[in-house]
Write a protein that binds this ligand. Sequence first.
Ligand code: PEP
Ligand code: MG
Length: 843
Amino acid sequence: MQKIVTLKPFVHITATAPISVHTHGGRAKCLQRLIRLNLPVPTTVALSFETVTRIAAGQLPSMTSILSEFGSDPLLSVRPSSEDPDWGGPGAILNIGMNWDRHAALSESLGEPAATALYLRFVQAYSVHVARLDPDMFEQPEKVDRKALDRALDTYQDETDDPFPQDPAAQLGEVLRSMARAWGGTTARLLRQAKGAPADAGLGLVVQRMALGVGPGESGAGVIQFVDPATGEPQITGRYRCQSQSRDALKPGKGQVYLTRDERGPSLEEIVPEIFADLCRYGALCREKLREEMQLEFTIEDGNLRILDALRVQRSSRAAVRIAVALADDGIIPQSDALLRIAPRALTEVLHPQIDPTAKRVLATRGIGASPGAARGKIVFSSTAAQASAARDEPCILVRRETAPEDIRGMHAARGILTERGGMTSHAAVIARGLGLPCVVGASSVTISHRSKTLTTAEGKVFAEGDEITIDGGTGEVLAGAVPMLEPALDDSFRSLLSWADAVRDIGIRANADTPADARLARSFAAQGIGLCRTEHMFFEQDRLTVMREMIFAKSAGDRAAALEQLLPMQRADFVELFEIMQGLPVCIRLFDPPLHEFLPTDRSAMRGLAESLDLPIAEITRRVEQLTEFNPMLGMRGVRLGIAMPEIYEMQARAIFEATIEASRNGDPIVPEIMIPLVSANREVELVKTRIDAVAAAVRNERGKPFDYRLGVMGETPRACLRADEIAQHAAFMSFGTNDLTQMTYGLSRDDAGRFMSDYVNQGVFREDPFHMLDVDGVGELLKLGAERARATDPDIVLSICGEHAGNAESIAFCRDVGFDYVSCSPFRVPVVRLAAAHLAL
Ligand code: PEP
Ligand code: MG
């Protein structure tokens, strides 16, 4: 016969009571730990998730049996206890049990004003949070006295047609019911889901005997923590307030006392030194035994210290890193735990640039700094525009009245978010923090018109789409124009954490770096080399652009060679600088890739300028521009196709690389450059290019009388390159998969145009995620696997990697590691994130 087990709907928390985070929530479990550490915690009872679910459904357990746990006539508090404290929950309700009888008794022991204050506070909280009456009617009166209490009780009766409940059991039952139901409400559900809570996340409740912070002797309430939440440095911070309850201590007002000695006023350390010492001892004990920096919520009741609650100290990402590293350094947690405590994406927040404090600032408006870091870019007013801007590689700030879930793709694409409405927990704020994006919300003095695509400040200044602004997600400032930035200061803790990550990870990490600035950043983030230097980016500077255009307009191979001759020293200098910055680390240089028309002007006046500088008739310029224009340029005359059709470009680049190799090798170990051929789809392309580059190498060795080596590789970014990787690998020392183009070609989806319909595709479930953002493991991944297997079948030692944007995405590198790639190469700012993500995968 099946045994029927009836679980008790509540548990009195003792050192040995059966309490778990998964059945009673984090707060209940934490209180049990405090009890085990012998901290003076008032009597507490925990209600399980299951009990709370039942209460929400109308099945209330016996209130008298709960009340009997607390002895006679207790005052109680109820607090939420969800599995993860970050998931929120209904606010605490205090002083349950207050009625006229208790008021009379407490007037005797504490004095009438204290008893009245306790009762009034309960009536206010009960009316607003339990009876759901209008909060405006229960605002804190200027003077707390019998009149104010009577007024509140009358208002309650007028609004509900019932007198204020006097039975403590009825009060407690209603409080529990309202909190249980609040958890199921839409707002609460959406907010916690944005923080990663599962749809069926449970809520536990803890009922605790109140320690009264009002009354005779030293009485009051406070919170104390032992680290600075912004930096993570050891420092006692918090508040204490005499004659107050719970978190009232945090509000400014009468009775405020500093925690530590302070010349501005009295401190807890001086008033009750032994209690202050106990608090410090408890803090240290929690740190050691709970292996976490905790904030203690305490009450002093007539000179007796009570610890009501302990919460993980809220912290910035920077502080989180410092705290985790300090705990590991002190031997409290292993280094592996410190690594796992930091979500890789949290590092993006630490890494964000800040506005240069010496820069000139023109304040446009101000809002709430909701997600740290500064960002600058062109204003866009829609998610579609943000995606289009990202596709053009133009940094943008997404400006919305408020954001909604359908804006998520635009938020991904933007460098920062600015909203007119909303607060710290608005959609924009929550999501931006999750993404590590700088965000300012609630800039309520501006007027945003999505229709006319303008943002108008209170002073009447109008910003249009495309105008540049800078936002500071820390201070909430919005500045006109693109303001100079300071690179983030990366402290010792950050470096320690990442060095531990490097010790455990088992996949290499390089950076995509095109310029000396990128290369320096890559080195400062300890990238193991450059995995992709897109050389075309070196030609966009104005002086080079002109020469580049001369080269494009050359009528003969001889004229082209003459223009290339001018580019050669510039390229050589670029490479020398890169080699010197990278100090012997591998540098993989990709030969010229984009279609030539990208270097040509499109508007009439620029064409006229070009005609003048080349001394050609404008008609000739227009004709050539038209000639070079392609309908689908990403599939046209680009990559290795240019290398085959106009071999002089690659020859010039190879010569620049080799001459730079000799020059930069002079002072140190010999440099072995890596040269990569883009957009390969056939073995013969590699053979042809290789023959020419070998010839250039031989010529340079001959001319300079200096030996050097180089490694030739290919980019696997067409489906055919993956399918024929066995053949292609015969001539390649390495193969780097360009998942941007490979995604484009696998789907037949234009990289530049997909933004227009991507949100429809994701919303309707055609794609689970934007495949240009998250590697499509099922399709593109299959090609990568095939390519890797086939290349390795020909050459087991061939070096395999990816260098598309996906290399910076923590989930996508899990795939790369599974397939056995040697390294991933991502943009410099992603390097630290990927170092940590790779360590997580290996742990
Ligand atoms: C790629 O296609 O993945 C790649 C890295 O090259 P690009 O983005 O320059 O085309
Ligand atoms: Mg590519």
